[in-house]
Design a protein around this ligand. Structure first.
Ligand SMILES: C[S@@+](CC[C@H](N)C(=O)[O-])C[C@H]1O[C@@H](n2cnc3c(N)ncnc32)[C@H](O)[C@@H]1O
Length: 246
């Protein structure tokens, strides 16, 4: 495996051999939720979304915004309160129920006829629809297409062997000229097995580059004790804006 350091000293490479075979099963994600092992959840929401909200919204109102692998992300409530329409997908029903309970949002449940065993939990006001199923069971014929997406803890949580499949799905779900804010992480993948997985910029370009303009907005030092315990000595969050071509 060849890795080189970019200007910030961060490893960059196209073959992250140490992580490529790692698989986290659906059962393992469900167990994390059952055990409350959800260190990824940000109770106060994500500062980078707050900071770059205008880049996502671009002055538009009433957008349909997608939250892949949404967990109980509080940013769904923020954007719904601004008048946007939120669609999320998450395999853990517990996560979705906690989202509605913690924000005091009344909701109802209904089956999703196209997906065996799936449920849609929808706010009574209709502006938040959360699908409880495997993301790979969704399609644009079920959820239609989106004006925007907030992908945090999503591409980086997808098993490396499923990354291309995930991106292919995202491409079908995004409208022309839509905006996709993508938050990734950067660290030495030889020292931590993930998730979150390290997805280098070169791979983001090869996954999305034929369909989007890609711009890196910011790299933020997010190193904490948790990362030190993982055996790391640096950990960055990297935010991109992807503009789907018209
Ligand atoms: C790292 S967490 C991030 C959650 C959320 N995006 C956030 O920022 O807090 C990844 C989430 O994806 C869910 N998940 C993992 N694989 C999934 C799949 N194939 N389909 C739907 N949800 C999945 C997990 O249950 C977990 O809640």
């Amino acid at each position: 495996m060849e890795l080189s350091a970019d200007a910030s000293g961060v490893l960059e490479g196209s073959d992250i051999g140490s992580q490529k075979d790692r698989v986290v099963t659906e059962a393992e994600w469900l167990q994390k939720w059952e055990m409350g092992n959800i260190g990824f959840h940000k109770e106060q929401g994500h500062p980078l979304l707050q900071k770059y909200l205008d880049v996502l919204l671009n002055g538009r109102s009433g957008l349909r915004i997608f939250f892949p692998l949404c967990g109980k992300a509080v940013e769904m409530k923020w954007l719904a309160d601004m008048g946007h329409y939120i669609v999320g997908v998450e395999v853990s029903e517990k996560a979705l129920k906690e989202f509605f309970a913690e924000h005091g949002v009344p909701y109802h449940e209904e089956p999703v006829p196209e997906i065996s065993g799936a449920k849609k939990l929808q706010s009574t006001s209709g502006n938040i629809s959360l699908y409880c199923c495997n993301i790979y069971d969704l399609s644009s014929s079920i959820v239609d297409q989106f004006d925007g997406a907030w992908d945090r803890g999503a591409l980086v949580a997808v098993n490396p062997c499923d990354r291309q499949r995930y991106v292919n799905l995202m491409i079908t779900l995004m409208k022309k000229n839509s905006s996709y804010l993508l938050a990734t992480v950067s660290y030495d993948p030889n020292k931590h097995k993930g998730p979150p997985f390290y997805v280098p910029e070169s791979e983001i370009k090869s996954l999305f580059g034929n369909h989007c303009e890609i711009k890196c907005l910011e790299k933020v030092d997010d190193f904490s004790d948790k990362h030190r315990q993982w055996g790391l000595d640096y950990f960055l969050e990297v935010l991109y804006i992807l503009k789907f071509l018209g």
